[in-house]
Design a protein around this ligand. Structure first.
Ligand code: ARG
Length: 588
């Protein structure tokens, strides 16, 4: 379906043309004076210079050509030459009724659907998820869903940190605690036990202990590095122990991401590309891209137009060890080879901006990607506490994601049970759904690159620009629709009628923006645009609701028309929250 604003612009362009002016002058925009008009066109102002004529004269001529238009109910030329526009009720009605029966409410499939791999999550194995991982998961999941909804093929990959020194540290610490474990017996040739020698809580304690020790004791660190090396060179017992760590940790991660309504298609990690590195390094050397500098193997990535220093991309350290970017480059190689994506998107903290610049340049220069492959890093800002500093526990420690979620769940439960009498079980499950909307909407409604303040009171409020407010609106609509059904009404085959009030028309014009909004949010990978849209839509709906007697309307056609409008509003709101990664309860 054509976009609503484009249809309006088209009508205005025809009027400019009919009056003898360049049709491109007829571009229409939303009014910045909603008290005066709904839309406006400033083409006569621009045309004045071109045609050496007073803008008001042009505007008057164009306005005359709009007489009898199917689109405009009002076109007024006002000094010094603006065109203030109002659209006909019937034109909006027709558009909405078409939306209601169109696939995806009239959002057209992309001309060239892309295959996109999105790399988000990025947790490190055996370390509990903390709030730092929250943004990547929330924003990445939403960008994935938006692109998928828009018609692209999207693969989400968690890209686990599962291969570096952290694994060696855990193995070393286990060795010190339980040296008799069969995994450390290098002469052992039998099968290893099926049961892991630790639980997830033990694992989560082992890592920080080991990491602390290695910072204080260089000898301990040496041993951990040696363990890492043994693991990476394939010592059987070490690999088997690594498998156990992965098993326990991944099960825990899956549970955590599931609670966040975040799903990855691929659970690959840094370890998966380990065996690809030697051949990639050889290739880079052979083609002359990589050279030795101070003992390390590097690829130059600076460009003449750079205004700041972009250091070379280091491929191997002087001891031959690979680095974070070595695995990222090898992962690009594998993704291109196995999935042939048109675009790769990465979500990390914006402090990794320079890092990704280097990796992307290196991937292009060494032809790991095609010239037309799009590489996009979305760097997000920090989630801060009310004090403006990175979010911490009350005691000042790193906040575990699980605890944060629990806290919000409790707060939501309290609010829900304060509001009304509700059975314990229902209150718990509703609290969980609403809490997720509070967390996700609180994050996504900000432009990703900006820091934001995680304010529990604000995010869990049922009023204002919050997730719970959006859900409350959806629940309100659902409850009216249920009552209508109880009265014997059916939700099938209803037609939206011409607006009978300002508030109804405003709601209808908000709805009409859907396809343009979704296309923009996809193109710009910008979930905050979806949030801004549903906030406006929810406000427009609530305004209409407060001014209109819906269920007590006596004219049956008019009432059915209201219901049709409610159904479309609900469906659009629910589609939008689904791409944001949360859902609405039946009641709250
Ligand atoms: N594991 C990394 C970290 O904790 C994040 C990984 C991000 N993704 C990537 N392809 N580099 O910092």
């Amino acid at each position: 379906m054509k976009k609503f604003l484009d249809l309006i612009s088209e009508e205005m362009k025809q009027a400019f043309e009919a009056a003898g002016y360049d049709r491109e002058l007829g571009k229409v925009t939303l009014s910045n004076r909603p008290d005066l008009c709904e839309y406006q066109c400033n083409g006569a102002m621009a045309g004045a210079k071109l045609y050496k004529k007073a803008p008001i004269m042009i505007a008057n001529e164009v306005a005359e050509k709009c007489e009898g238009s199917d689109v405009f109910s009002e076109v007024s030329a006002v000094a010094p030459g603006f065109l203030n526009l109002k659209v006909k009720e019937a034109f909006v009605t027709k558009y909405l009724n078409e939306m209601a029966v169109s696939e995806k409410f009239g959002l057209d499939a992309p001309e060239h659907p892309k295959k996109i791999i999105i790399d988000y999550g990025g947790p490190n194995v055996a370390k509990p998820l903390h709030v730092g991982h929250l943004r990547s998961a929330i924003i990445g999941e939403s960008i994935k869903r938006i692109a998928r909804y828009a018609g692209h093929k999207v693969i989400g990959d968690i890209h686990l940190g599962d291969w570096g020194l952290q694994m060696g540290l855990i193995i070393q610490e286990l060795k010190e605690r339980q040296p008799s474990l069969v995994y450390f017996d290098e002469t052992y040739a039998g099968e290893y036990p099926a049961e892991p020698p630790f639980t997830i809580s033990e694992l989560e304690e082992i890592y920080p202990t080991a990491s602390g020790k290695s910072k204080e004791d260089p000898a301990y660190k040496e041993k951990a590095m040696a363990a890492t090396f043994k693991l990476q060179s394939g010592v059987r017992g070490y690999r088997a122990l690594w498998d156990q760590i992965m098993k326990v940790s991944v099960a825990d991660l899956k549970r955590n991401y599931e609670n966040l309504n975040v799903e990855f298609d691929l659970w690959k990690g840094e370890s998966d590309v380990h065996d690809e590195i030697p051949a990639m390094v050889d290739y880079m050397k052979k083609e002359g891209y990589a050279y030795i500098s101070d003992g390390a193997l590097v690829v130059d990535v600076k460009e003449e137009t750079d205004t700041k220093e972009i250091p070379p991309c280091m491929i191997l350290k002087s001891d031959g060890a690979s680095l974070y970017n070595t695995t990222d480059l090898a992962t690009i190689l594998v993704r291109m080879r196995d999935y042939h994506p048109d675009k790769l998107i990465y979500l990390t903290d914006k402090r990794q901006e320079l890092y990704f610049e280097q990796v992307f340049r290196c991937a292009r220069k060494t032809k790991l990607v095609k010239p037309q492959t799009e590489l996009l890093h979305i760097g997000f800002g920090t989630m801060n506490g009310k004090d403006g500093k990175p979010f911490k526990t009350r005691e000042g420690g790193v906040m575990r994601l699980e605890y944060l979620i629990k806290e919000i769940n409790e707060e939501m439960y309290r609010k829900i049970t304060d509001n009304r009498e509700v059975a314990e079980e229902e209150a718990r499950s509703t609290a969980k759904i609403v809490a997720l909307s509070a967390i996700k909407y609180g994050d996504l409604s900000n432009q990703a690159s900006k820091d934001y303040i995680f304010d529990i009171d604000k995010f869990t409020s049922f009023e204002g620009d919050t997730g719970p407010y959006i859900l409350y609106t959806i629940v309100r609509i659902k409850s009216i629709l249920n009552k209508y059904k109880e009265q014997g009404g059916s939700l099938q085959n209803l037609n939206i009628c011409d607006a009978g009030s300002e508030s109804e028309k405003s709601l209808m014009m908000e709805i009409a923006k859907f396809n343009a909004m979704m296309e923009g949010a996809c193109e710009e990978s910008a979930p905050h645009k979806v949030c801004a849209y549903i906030y406006d839509l929810a406000n427009a709906f609530n305004h209409f609701y407060h001014e209109t007697k819906i269920l007590t309307e006596e004219n049956a056609d008019k009432k059915a028309g209201y219901i049709a409008l409610l159904v479309l509003t609900r469906d659009i709101l629910e589609t939008c929250i689904d791409v944001l990664g949360f859902s609405a309860p039946e009641r709250m």
